[in-house]
Ligand binder design. Structure first.
Ligand SMILES: Cc1cc2nc3c(=O)[nH]c(=O)nc-3n(C[C@H](O)[C@H](O)[C@H](O)COP(=O)(O)OP(=O)(O)OC[C@H]3O[C@@H](n4cnc5c(N)ncnc54)[C@H](O)[C@@H]3O)c2cc1C
Length: 382
């Protein structure tokens, strides 16, 4: 029988950084990438996964998201892997259908998250950012009311002048104010091959069973689509899989008959708020979905995550070059309000609209191009 080796605790990894970022989704990688572009050295980015990794997401990038990718200088690479979307098939709560297109400036793309997040990460690394995979932050370290780094599940200790919390929907390392009860949209989705669809159109289906939210079909490649539903269920009364099956049976039964499902259905919540709340405290900045920066009507969060990362990086560069932290962080929160408050308010209005027959009236008003363009612009704007 083998002799048991004496128990020796593994050495604790101690790391130091000017900025440590927890989470390498669009918000964390955009922060890291921008810090690299601004010349900030000693940036450490950790994620509980290794990359490339999948993320449960429709992977739709709106015009606002494309604008941030252009600002970050990664758009040409992303575009190479993305599928252009030129129009929308809209199904109303009264089951009316219309095809809409709003003009080139409102075009969007689909880029699978496995690809998008990895491209952003690689670009950040090329600018000197250090990435540590398989590292799960479990606790922030505080000193006299100030966040000074974090500890990871494997014992890694990171000491940082500034810590960016970018851990997404489930993250618990946010500010105390942000720790108030979360508003959640529930979502479940799957992937299929060979579903008949218009390759350059997304489908948004505002079925009554999901009101005020919707189901979708997003094409990811000429042969692969993702289909999913969002819905709200604060009392947790719905069974996600049953609801999704009902939705698929009603809207996709025919088209899925000859299709092949890829992998299993995946469920994941989306955390949102109508207000931009507190996103910083001494030593800490919160970005992306960890700060509830997602769109309350469409559940879009890629653009918001990247935009907040870009704004956070500017604030961090300011404090690292001698600006007053409190002012720089207040500036970050104010800029986030400027960036998101109007569209979040628009989302509240849109949710109310979906509960009325307005979408049906609009579609019933006929095939007039001006009306169709107006409807498309309203949807693109929210
Ligand atoms: C079903 C579904 C469909 C969606 N469709 C779309 C869409 O089409 N378009 C769109 O714009 N948005 C969509 N969203 C929303 C979008 O996915 C998120 O809002 C967006 O990913 C938020 O980005 P983020 O960087 O803040 O967080 P995330 O993308 O969630 O990234 C967080 C990262 O942090 C890591 N992490 C978490 N905790 C820790 C920890 N403790 N230590 C270390 N690492 C950690 C995670 O592994 C992850 O990589 C969808 C969401 C869902 C659930």
């Amino acid at each position: 029988m083998d002799q048991l080796a004496p128990a020796v605790a593994p050495p604790i990894r101690q790391l130091e950084a000017d900025v440590a970022i927890i989470g390498a989704g669009p918000a964390g990688t955009a922060t890291a990438l921008r810090l690299g572009q601004l010349g900030v050295r000693k940036v450490l980015l950790v994620d509980r996964h290794d990359f490339p990794r999948d993320k449960t997401c429709g992977s739709g990038i709106s015009p606002k998201g494309i604008a941030v990718l252009r600002e970050l200088g990664v758009w040409p690479e992303v575009e190479r892997h993305a599928l252009w979307i030129r129009g929308l098939r809209l199904v109303t709560p009264g089951d009316r259908e219309v095809y809409l297109s709003a003009g080139r400036e409102l075009d969007a793309v689909i880029c699978p998250r496995r690809v998008l997040d990895h491209l952003l990460l690689q670009r950040a690394q090329s600018l000197g950012v250090t990435f540590i995979p398989d590292c799960t932050a479990v606790r922030l370290v505080e000193d006299q009311g100030r966040v000074v780094g974090f500890e990871a599940r494997d014992g890694t200790r990171v000491k940082a002048r500034y810590t960016v919390v970018a851990g997404g929907a489930h993250c618990t390392l946010t500010t105390k104010e942000a720790a108030r009860p979360k508003r959640m949209i529930q979502a479940i989705m799957g992937w299929w091959e060979n579903v008949p669809h218009r390759g350059d159109h997304v489908e948004m289906i505002f079925d009554k069973m999901l009101t005020p939210l919707y189901g979708w079909l997003f094409p990811e490649s000429p042969t692969r689509v993702n289909i999913g539903i969002t819905y709200e269920d604060p009392a947790r009364e719905q069974r996600a899989r049953q609801l999704f099956q009902r939705f698929l049976d009603k809207h996709f039964a025919e088209r899925l008959a000859g299709a092949r499902q890829l992998g299993k259905w995946q469920g994941h919540p989306i955390v949102y708020d109508y207000n931009v709340g507190q996103l910083s405290s001494p030593g800490r900045i919160v970005v992306g979905e960890a700060g509830r920066l997602t769109h309350p009507a469409t559940a879009e969060g890629i653009a918001q995550g990247m935009r907040s990362g870009l704004l956070a990086a500017s604030a961090l560069q300011q404090v690292l070059t001698g600006h007053h932290e409190r002012l720089a962080f207040a500036g970050y929160e104010w800029r986030c309000k400027q960036a998101f408050a109007a569209s979040f308010a628009g989302a509240a209005a849109f949710r109310r609209l979906v509960r009325t027959p307005a979408l049906d009236w609009l579609v019933a008003a006929g095939e007039r191009p001006a009306l169709k363009q107006l409807a498309a612009r309203v949807l693109a704007w929210i």
